[in-house]
Design a protein around this ligand. Structure first.
Ligand SMILES: Nc1nc2c(c(=O)[nH]1)N[C@H]1C(S)=C(S)[C@@H](COP(=O)(O)O)O[C@H]1N2
Ligand SMILES: [Mo]
Length: 510
């Protein structure tokens, strides 16, 4: 360990930071240039075995993305430090290390379908160049300072400090400005314009004829507000899709390929429906489920423009970032309101929920059906293509299982003996809910009272008034769908086709 170990490692770290920041700055300057860091992150999500991705999505949720990106940056900086140490002896090897890294970043970013390959490689070459140049500028004076006079050593020290400061400043500038520019290039303005075009809704979302139990403290509202609606997707950066540049193509086993612009879609007749959407990863009692009023063009109408060929047994939705989900063609023609949705609860789709258009298919888990940032609908066969999650271990079919959840009292809540409200929601999209029952300490099942019904595809709220006696009690819920089938009490995990079992809450009564 020499006195120059730390400066050399620091030089490498700063050079790597400057290289990454250059990439961020370039990606901020143009839509056509992808972020190298995000490219690597996407590669990671795409190529790790299903279990790891699933684990990170389940356990880290939305913050998973930030953690992944931060991890990649840290690894890059540490590798830069190693290259810095190497550079003391051998600048060529260090430069080759940077180049290899740039190559990897460029390749990862070019794989992504969101921007151009040329943009990715341009960014990779320039970023690598900045990294190598700044490393050399810093290491040169470091390497020389062995065999010179004290005055020259002092001069070299000054040169090192100047080069290191300039590199650090560039890194901070590039990263900061890059992120700022990227944030400024979002589609909020386009979304506001669409909102104005749609006009404001008059009246509440829930029709006056439908009784809601929203006044029960702690119950899930009958309609889930957009800002609290769960979000699940593989997108590391929410795709910013301007309706002006957007088209929807219908391809594959169709009589003619069609491509509709947003204005053309907007001009088509729209329908609206309350539909409960659920993620297959939702645990019993979990919150990856929500109910919204969606409006859009019936999927059928869009398919009819292209003419679906007989034999096309699967409809695949593809997003601008390449994600896919597929379901049987029959679903689009069996009468349920499948939508190419453009609004959610009376507003344009929030950007995280698929602006400007997404699929909403009643009765199917999101992973096989609810393609956000939709850009292509491909007709194919069930055998010929598997959507994103299928090779990662999830079932090919994804019908939503009948579910019910206790919202209040909260788990492990303390309540006072006497009359206690037990309340929650229950859903069986396309089949509707017939009844909800409650049992205490595995006793008899008791009928709960149901709220009004928004649609056969939407959840209902339920409430049961319980005469609670002191002690710890176990409360369970089960629902029966409109076809007379009651939820199973058999416990199954979310993978591969959705969790089952009764939601159970332990309640302490004093
Ligand atoms: N483009 C894209 N669409 C997607 C996904 C995705 O990863 N990418 N995830 C799906 C999954 S698994 C679910 S559960 C729903 C969630 O929709 P939400 O985020 O609007 O609640 O979106 C579906 N659509
Ligand atoms: Mo999901």
């Amino acid at each position: 360990m020499t006195t120059r170990t730390l400066p050399a490692a620091g030089a490498g770290l700063l050079a790597a930071g400057a290289a990454l920041a250059t990439g961020e700055l370039l990606s901020g300057l143009s839509d056509r240039i992808p972020s190298l860091v995000l490219g690597v992150a996407v590669l990671f999500v795409d190529e790790t075995p299903g279990g790891i991705v699933r684990w990170s999505i389940d356990t880290l949720g939305a913050s998973q993305k930030g953690v992944l990106v931060a991890g990649i940056v840290v690894v890059c900086l540490l590798l830069g430090a190693v290259f810095g140490l190497v550079a003391r002896r051998d600048r060529w090897t260090a430069a080759a290390g940077f180049a290899a890294f740039g190559l990897f970043g460029g390749w990862a970013a070019a794989r992504g379908s969101l921007s151009s390959d040329v943009g990715a490689w341009f960014s990779a070459v320039l970023s690598t160049g900045v990294g190598i140049a700044s490393l050399v500028a810093m290491v040169k004076p470091l390497a020389r300072s062995v065999a010179v006079t004290p005055t020259m050593a002092a001069l070299d020290r000054r040169r090192f400090i100047v080069a290191a400061s300039a590199t650090a400043a560039w890194g901070l500038f590039g990263a900061g400005v890059g992120r700022f520019l990227r944030a400024a290039r979002n589609v909020d303005a386009a979304r506001r314009r669409l909102a104005a075009q749609l006009g404001s809704r008059t009246g509440p979302l829930v029709p006056p004829s439908v009784e809601a139990f929203d006044s029960i403290a702690g119950i899930s509202p009958l309609v889930t507000p957009n800002r609290t609606f769960y979000r699940i997707d593989t997108a590391l950066m929410v795709p910013q899709v301007d309706p002006a540049d957007w088209t929807l193509r219908v391809t594959g086993m169709v009589d003619r390929d069609v491509e509709v612009t947003f204005d053309e879609l907007f001009a088509m007749e729209r329908v609206e429906e309350f539909i409960t959407l659920q993620c297959v990863s939702n645990e019993v009692g979990g919150d990856l489920v929500g109910n919204a009023l969606w409006s859009g063009v019936p999927l059928r109408a869009v398919l009819d423009l292209a003419g679906v060929q007989s034999g096309a047994s699967q409809i695949v939705g593809r997003s601008v970032d390449g994600w896919t989900g597929g379901f049987p063609t029959s679903v689009a023609f069996d009468g349920r309101p499948c939508l190419v949705a453009i609004t959610m609860n009376g507003e344009p789709l929030p950007v995280e929920h698929g602006f400007p258009a997404r699929l909403v298919i009643p009765g199917l888990y999101g992973y096989v059906s609810a393609t956000k940032w939709l850009t292509e609908i491909e007709l194919t066969t069930l055998e010929a293509f598997d959507g994103y999650w299928i090779p990662r271990g999830w079932a090919k079919d994804g019908p939503i299982k009948t579910g019910s959840r206790i919202d209040v009292p909260r788990r492990n809540a303390n309540v006072v003996a006497g009359l206690v409200m037990i309340a929650g929601v229950a859903w069986a999209p396309t089949r509707s809910i017939d009844r909800v029952e409650i049992r205490i300490d595995e006793g008899e099942w008791h009928m709960a009272v149901l709220s009004g019904v928004l649609s056969a595809h939407a959840w209902v709220q339920w409430v049961y008034e319980w005469q609670a006696s002191p002690g710890a009690h176990q409360v369970q819920v089960r629902a029966t769908d409109g076809e007379g089938r009651t939820q199973t009490g058999a416990i199954a995990p979310p993978a591969p086709s959705g969790a089952t079992g009764y939601h159970t809450a332990t309640i302490h009564v004093s």
